[in-house]
Design a protein around this ligand. Sequence first.
Ligand code: ZN
Length: 676
Amino acid sequence: MASTTLNPLLDLGQLPRFDQIESAHVEPALRQVLAENRTELTRLLKQPAPGFASLIEPMEQMQHRLMRIWSPVSHLNAVANSEALRAVYNACLPLLTEYSTEIGQNEALYRAYVAISEDPAAQLDSTQRRLIDHALRDFRLAGVGLPLDRKERYKAIMQELATLQAKFEENVLDCMNAWSRVVTSTPELAGLPPHVVDRAREGAAARKIDGWLLALDQPTYVAVITHAENEALRREFYEAWQTRSAPGQQHAERWDNTALIESIVRLRHEAAGLIGFDNYAALSLATKMAKSVDEVLAFLGELADHCVPVARREFAKLAEFAGRPLNAWDIAFYSERLQQQLYHIADEELRPYFPLPKVLNGLFRVAERLYGIRIRERPGVPVWHPDARFFDVLGESGEIVGGFYLDACARPHKRNGAWMDECVGHKRMGGMTTTPVAYLVCNFTPPIAGRPSLLTHDDVLTLFHEFGHGLHHLLTTVPYPSLAGINGVPWDAVELPSQFMENFAWSPEVLGWISGHFETGEPLPAEKLERLLGTRTFLAGLQAVRQLEFALFDFRLHSEYQPERGSRASEIIAEVRARVSVVPHPPFNRFANSFTHIFSGGYAAGYYSYKWAEVLAADVFAAFEESGIFAEDVARRFLESILSQGGSRDALEAFIAFRGRKPDIRPLLKQSGIAA
Ligand code: ZN
């Protein structure tokens, strides 16, 4: 039972009491803080002439407190899931949504922010001004300030979109769950990794059928398309995958997403118009670093000009290697074989050289050299599982500037993937500073039988990536939580610090620090290092044009919409493919019908962000390479102009302050071997 005296979630004097938090604490704590926030908001709005310090700072404090209480809950739901916790978590989500909608659409609050922004006596500094601009932008994007009929329509569209987008994803999942392929002869399975075959065997046994049952989940699809020697099996899987939720023979009609695509794009366009944008792409850019539709299209076009010829050559080379013309379902299979032939390298082969403790030491050394910090483990901090550890980040004079939890290895009841999340946000208001705390979570292979956890180089990249997000959160100096760390950073720029850090895991010098055979301590041998470095640019052109195809389709779909013509999704795909695609697409390919990133997820008119951030990260890293990757002045400039600035500064302006010019695509092209 929960203690009636003190709810540990409300104890904000220290790090979260992970040793005491129980699911019974969650809802009472959340309800209490939401009620207090509402009372406080009413009081704040009753003030005669509220200013920055008397209205906006308290709003920042309230939001900070709410996030501090909710953060351990959503974290536990991800890393130590239980039935009870999941139930309270799901029960609480609507309370949070309701609260944030209420704030976003609060007319009186909006008018108070407008009044402060227009008050000549307010004497706002640039960070405060930016905070207000962001807030006003978000109020407008929530439909505040619209005449009543348009406001109602806007709300109705948003609700309908939420439903349709969820339905789109459900259809894709249902369609995948319903499809499977039974294999009855061993030769058909040739090439498939043993763990996939084992799972297929279990799948068949569970349904009491003979043989193997291959499902259409992503790991199985990737395994079949990459490793199955049987071309007919690859083709079948390819067709099933590329026609998910599309009309045709393979899947049931009721999961067809064609009509949903039309409705979603139409409603997005209408919503954008209601709040004053020409189209949905323009609305999407309101919160991004890219300034205009034309700028994004020109960016993607310029990349295409460089990547398409390279991709063509790579495709021809691949066909030559295969000794026959290639179909779309052959690409992954022959790519894998060619890579094996050229570099003789399997990810597994490198594992013994990357024991987690060694990699962590090297990674910390990189951060310490770059930013003059020190990272020290602090034992005894309450955690959710004995595997989790806590580290303090110390500044130049030994003061604590932040801290992070690290939960590195996979285990049951823990969500897949890797991520960085905010535990405590940085703030400095009213003479009080709160230092930031992050969660770094990965799912590496756990230690077994006295061996440490051993990482592949891909795992190493993941760790460096998430640590880059962590440093963005921890080294911020912005006083207001809504602009500190990763908060308020545009979606197309927020991956800069993380992708930037990945570069260090490709540096031979750093590879020397992070590698050491777990038994002998021997660093990665030179010939293995050479081969590893060779894989970095392997078929980079083909990979790039695939991303460009998705990005161009997404962006054109949302920027060219005209109600009288409909979405023109098929025509746009055909045009985009004619421009950038190298692999022949069979006529049945209907990838848009399962493109959940843009029809259900947050990437609508934003898929280009992947490439955009890659360009920024490569260009920043090039500045380091020009002066030696640990050049103190370059690192300091990066910290001061970008990394510590969070969302307090226009992202392009910050970039120019660091680089002395606008971003250039050439460093990325060079890094991926597309341009010499
Ligand atoms: Zn990331």
